[in-house]
Design a protein around this ligand. Structure first.
Ligand code: PMP
Length: 350
């Protein structure tokens, strides 16, 4: 049985959170002398001299319409990376608790655990890159607080079987985080509409991929109101800056343009897949639900260096278990993809 209160660290359960000037006064006023800001303005524009809304309500209202999830079920982080880190700080006791990842997967679940001195247990994916449920179950003990599931997964590019994820959600009494950073490039259904069914579910999404806003740093966590309350207690007071709040709000008006980009990227992904498959240097291309391809090549290290020498940077994943001999290649613009394909077609196999 999932009991949020039991799962929390004692110090967080007892925490009196910081209350900012903006938390304490929410009404309309003409004179703001409560936050020690510079009342004269700033060298940029007069708006940046004020602290931003700590809970980003306007932005959450707009997101709520796009995502079909109420604002009270949304937490915004300085990138998903903050959404990941805050969970450790709220739920995992350093030196005592553990979490489970399903490698190969996104590296920050592990790095952030190490920063917080949390033990990392590994249920390596099966050969078809799906969850190893038996191994997962065997790793769980009474100190296991979080299971991280990345779907579509980075770097393997596949989505996890929905029933498998549901099995974990139904049987694990801790938090199950489903990281959907790449969901917009996939045909699979998001888990954000299932929050009512799973009190232990946290869904992560980000503005860094399909929305094209990696530079703004805006990640989203969707969860029960109780989990969102914990997030809000633990986060730094003004974690989303004013510029990001304003620009993200503007971007949310452009869903049409974003959908066009998603369609274009998915179509280029398929085209790249077909063109790469023709090249002698390519051994295998894994199916992708994301905006990148995992590609097995003849000699990954040498091909990686060869591409670098031509000014083309891809991600070398060849030393990662289950990804031996593989490069991870982001779908670029038409011209970037052409340059990559040209370079690879001229690679001399020795
Ligand atoms: N999750 C996954 C699966 C990712 O691949 C990445 C970035 N590569 C992130 C989260 C981090 O996203 P953000 O830019 O929102 O911190």
């Amino acid at each position: 049985m999932f009991q949020l209160d039991k799962l929390l660290r004692d110090n967080i359960r007892q925490l009196v959170p910081y209350s900012s000037a903006r938390d304490e006064f929410k009404g309309e006023a003409q004179v703001f002398l409560d936050a020690n800001e510079n009342s004269l303005g700033s060298p940029l524009t007069r708006w940046y001299n004020r602290y931003p809304d700590p809970l980003q309500w306007k932005l959450k209202e707009a997101l709520s319409k796009v995502k079909g999830v109420e604002p009270k079920h949304i937490f915004l982080g300085n990138g998903s990376d903050e959404c990941i880190d805050v969970l450790y700080r709220a739920f995992c006791v350093p030196g005592k608790d553990n979490i489970i990842i399903n490698p190969p997967t996104y590296g920050m679940y592990e790095v952030s655990a190490h920063i917080n001195d949390i033990e990392v247990r590994r249920a390596t994916l099966l050969d078809d890159f799906q969850l190893d449920l038996v191994h997962l179950e065997n790793l769980v003990d009474e100190n296991t607080k979080i299971i991280w599931i990345c779907s579509p997964n980075n770097p393997t590019a596949n989505s996890m079987d929905r029933q498998d994820v549901e099995t974990v959600l139904n049987n694990f009494p801790g938090l199950v985080v489903v990281d959907e950073a790449y969901i917009n490039f996939s045909r699979h259904r998001s888990f954000i509409q299932e929050l009512a069914d799973y009190p232990n579910l946290v869904v992560l999404q980000t503005m860094s991929k399909a929305w094209g806003l990696a530079g703004l740093r805006l990640g989203m966590a969707f969860a029960s109101e109780a989990i969102i309350d914990v997030y809000n207690k633990v986060k730094p007071p003004y974690n989303i800056n004013q510029a990001t709040q304003e620009l993200a709000l503007k971007a949310l008006e452009e869903t049409g343009q974003v959908n066009d980009m998603i369609r274009a990227l998915v179509s280029m992904r398929e085209q790249m897949h077909n063109q790469l498959a023709e090249l002698p240097v390519v051994r295998k291309i894994y199916p992708s639900d994301a905006n990148f391809l995992l590609v097995k090549v003849v000699d990954a290290r040498a091909v990686y260096q060869y591409l670098l020498d031509q000014g083309i940077v891809v991600r070398d994943r060849s030393k990662v278990a289950l990804c031996e001999g593989c490069l991870r290649i982001t779908v670029g613009t038409e011209s970037e993809n052409r340059k990559l394909l040209e370079a690879l077609s001229q690679y001399q196999i020795t």
